[in-house]
Ligand binder design. Structure first.
Ligand code: TLP
Length: 348
């Protein structure tokens, strides 16, 4: 087992920082960021705001922390927040939306992450003594549990119109927003322009070791900065995190298209394997999900059989396996993954 090279398709979070990133850490000009004195953090925040076409940005420790701070900065305790029913905020963040932000989540179904504006409209409750006050709508782009699917500027704009009619804020969990922009072949600003604020991650396909950024208006970011302090996220010489972030924003975005091509290859290969179901329409970026229910095998067993063959994958649900392509995944790794799945299926 130890002699097998592991091909890690569990997530794009497993990517290690590049040599250029490590070098940038050594060279970074550092200071105390709680005093606003870390030049490298300041530079990264300026760059992030510019890239997204927003006024200001804030470096936070993780996507989860970024989402929580944004929920809090956009609302007050007791407000109602409209969440997509498969959203990361709802599923994977320990319920921080309620436990810490004190919000009442209202779930809406979507088509691969895209809300029908009529559903959003219908979910917004009128002012009434009985109801929590609606304050915020959250989008996710790309959408993790739907398999890395993309929503377009048009789809975002339609939701924004409804949000504006009811004076609600519109936020986007854009952990993988650059994957969406690359898949749509548009400037990321076009995805950011119709939301009030958003979060994106440096630590996924962009290969940084740590960090996410919030972007929005000066007021939103100033509130967020105070909330980050409450949550223990005020960091000191955080330039060692920011330096690789600058490298990422300057040089790691374009290559995401390679991850998308590998995901497509992987998905097409999987689609030819007997007893495995895959919806190729959902494979739009670097995430590939497939259904193994026809194998009649518990998912944990399937994942451990894959591991014996040197392939690491994640069990998403009882029947759904997730594989994510990233910088360290090459075409030959994809071929090996397809062969491993095929081998498990054919031995049944
Ligand atoms: N997602 C992780 C796991 O939590 C599942 C992954 O491997 O995909 N929003 C979205 C859409 C995400 O996919 C993630 C991470 C986050 C937020 C949270 O980011 P981190 O892990 O930095 O807290």
């Amino acid at each position: 087992m130890s002699s097998i090279e592991l091909i890690d398709l569990r997530s794009d979070t497993v990517t290690l920082p590049t040599r250029e990133m490590i070098d940038s850490i050594r060279r970074a000009k550092l200071g105390d960021d709680v005093f606003g004195e870390d030049q490298t953090v300041n530079e990264l925040e300026k760059l992030a705001a510019e890239k997204m076409g927003k006024e200001a940005a804030l470096l936070v420790t993780s996507g989860t922390q970024g989402n929580l701070i944004s929920l809090m900065s956009n609302t007050k305790r007791g407000d109602l927040v409209l969440l997509e029913s498969e959203s990361h905020i709802y599923w994977y963040e320990r319920g921080g939306v309620s436990v810490i932000a004190g919000l009442f989540p209202w779930l809406l179904k979507s088509n691969m992450g895209a809300f029908d504006p009529c559903d959003v409209e219908a979910a917004i409750r009128p002012q009434n003594i009985h109801f929590p006050e609606p304050a915020l709508i959250c989008l996710e782009n790309t959408h993790n549990r739907h398999g890395g699917t993309v929503i377009t500027p048009n789809q975002i704009e339609e939701v924004k119109k409804v949000a504006d009619e009811h004076s609600l804020m519109l936020y986007m969990d854009g952990a993988r927003i650059f994957n969406a922009a690359i898949a749509l072949r548009i400037d990321v600003k076009d995805l950011a322009m119709h939301v009030d604020n958003l979060m994106f991650c440096l630590s996924k396909g962009l290969c940084c070791p740590v960090g996410s950024l919030l972007v929005g208006t000066h007021e939103f970011i100033e509130r967020a900065r105070k909330l980050r302090k409450i949550l223990g996220g005020g960091m000191r010489q955080a330039g060692i995190i920011a330096a690789p972030g600058i490298v990422a924003l300057e040089s790691m975005i374009g290559r995401l298209s390679e991850d998308h091509m590998n995901a497509r290859r992987l998905a097409e290969g999987i689609s030819r394997i007997e007893k495995i179901k895959i919806d190729l329409g959902c494979v739009q970026t670097n995430i590939v999900c497939f259904d193994i229910s026809d194998l009649g095998m518990p998912i944990d067993l399937f994942v451990s059989k894959l591991k014996e063959k040197g392939i690491l994958a994640l069990a998403m649900t009882k029947n759904k396996v997730r594989m994510v392509t990233h910088k360290d995944i090459e075409k030959e790794h994809v071929e090996k993954a397809i062969a491993a799945i095929s081998n498990i299926s054919s031995k049944l």
